[in-house]
Design a protein around this ligand. Structure first.
Ligand code: AMP
Ligand code: MG
Length: 361
């Protein structure tokens, strides 16, 4: 009798749209922590754990894994006993370099994905990108003397950007550069790729309901365990320099779960010359920052692929980018054009707060 009454009460509440936590969920609480020192950004870990001790242990594991990948993909520093990207860029022209298996895997991933991006995304663009990086760093030190790289120097560097010259020997675990002036830059993919590896570990662990936010790269695990069906992920307004997940300073908020939300934007890294902003996403064609957008956000499950795609889409004019995304399985996108207008795929629209979406059904 009592059971029937509870059953009836439950179905009434559900009919009324009252969200109830699933059995056992009440034991879970949300915790959040932040750390800095990997991938040049603040990384936020949130998740629903049974107690604080469990959360702290899991978040420490995530941080250690980010640290692990950071050292291997770091192109600017040496670490004792780590055959990382710095070592490869330094020695790759002199012959095969034994690299960490994770770096070999990342390069194999890029070799597979790069041809799918309409000639926009190229990790072998390092020689060109380092000229832009030098110019940006010089501008940060002496803003009054800020200047863009010499176009002839850019053109000369662009002679050495063919990924086919990266010789990967999977059996030997080595990589060599057939072109002595080629350099690799994995800035467009490494953070998302590493985030996906961390997410894989977390999904298989005891806190599968999580949000990982690594400066423009967000990876969501299972839905939050507080009755909401979806997490809310803010898309930053390029003109508002604020860090936060949701709120009025956002361009929009996307409600979703079990996926990645990755943004490339002109506000993330840039310098100014004569009032013109030069950002960090460089067209292999013009060798200049592309000026179609303020930001492009990609929503798809794999964070590595989302990272590749956000950079690639940033370099495609809207019509081409839209056709490109429409042809992809499970990929949605949200564009903010240079003039401030926004466009989104139907799937992105269904997630967008501006279109009426919410965290609950
Ligand atoms: P993201 O913020 O993911 O769009 O990546 C931007 C970073 O990717 C830059 O800071 C560069 O290190 C690198 N990058 C810029 N242009 C390209 C490109 N066309 N292909 C591959 N990597 C690029
Ligand atoms: Mg990217």
């Amino acid at each position: 009798m009592q059971k029937r009454f509870i059953g009836l009460l439950l179905s009434c509440l559900l009919c009324l749209g009252v969200a109830l936590p699933a059995l056992g969920e009440a034991e879970y609480e949300k915790y959040t922590t932040r750390f800095f020192g990997t991938f040049d950004t603040i990384i936020t870990v949130s998740g629903y754990a049974q107690d604080e001790a469990a959360f702290t242990r899991i978040a420490a594991g995530a941080e250690a894994l980010f640290q692990h990948y950071h050292r291997i993909f770091d192109a600017y520093s040496l670490y004792d006993g780590v055959q990382n990207l710095y070592v490869l860029n330094r020695d790759g022209a002199s012959g095969p370099v034994k690299v960490e298996p994770e770096l070999l895997e990342l390069l194999l991933y890029c070799r597979e994905m790069q041809p799918l991006t309409n000639g926009t995304f190229n990790v072998a663009l390092g020689a060109v990108l380092s000229l832009w990086r030098d110019a940006r760093e010089a501008a940060e030190e002496n803003p009054n003397d800020a200047a863009i790289p010499d176009i002839n120097a850019l053109k000369a560097a662009a002679e050495h950007v063919n990924f086919d010259d990266v010789i990967i020997d999977e059996e030997a675990g080595t990589v060599a550069f057939a072109d002595p002036l080629l350099r690799l830059d994995v800035g467009a993919v490494a953070k998302g790729y590493a985030t996906e590896r961390v997410a894989e570990a977390m999904l298989a662990g005891e806190m599968p309901s999580f949000l990982l936010s690594a400066g423009g790269n967000v990876r969501l695990g299972n839905p939050p365990m507080d009755g909401r069906q979806r997490w809310g992920v803010g898309i930053q307004d390029p003109d508002v320099l604020a860090i936060g997940d949701t709120g009025s300073q956002m361009l929009d908020t996307l409600f979703t779960a079990d996926t990645s939300v990755v943004t490339s934007g002109d506000y993330q890294r840039y310098f100014v010359v004569d009032g013109v902003r030069y950002h960090h996403i460089i067209s292999p064609e013009t060798l200049m920052p592309s000026d179609y957008y303020r930001s492009v956000t990609v929503i798809c499950e794999d964070s590595g692929w989302a990272d590749v795609l956000s950079t690639a889409l940033y370099l495609m004019p809207y019509e081409e980018g839209r056709a490109f995304v429409d042809a992809q399985e499970g990929v949605e996108a949200y564009w903010m054009l240079a003039d401030g207008t926004t466009w989104m795929t139907d799937g992105a629209m269904a997630m967008a707060k501006s279109q009426g979406a919410s965290a609950r059904d």
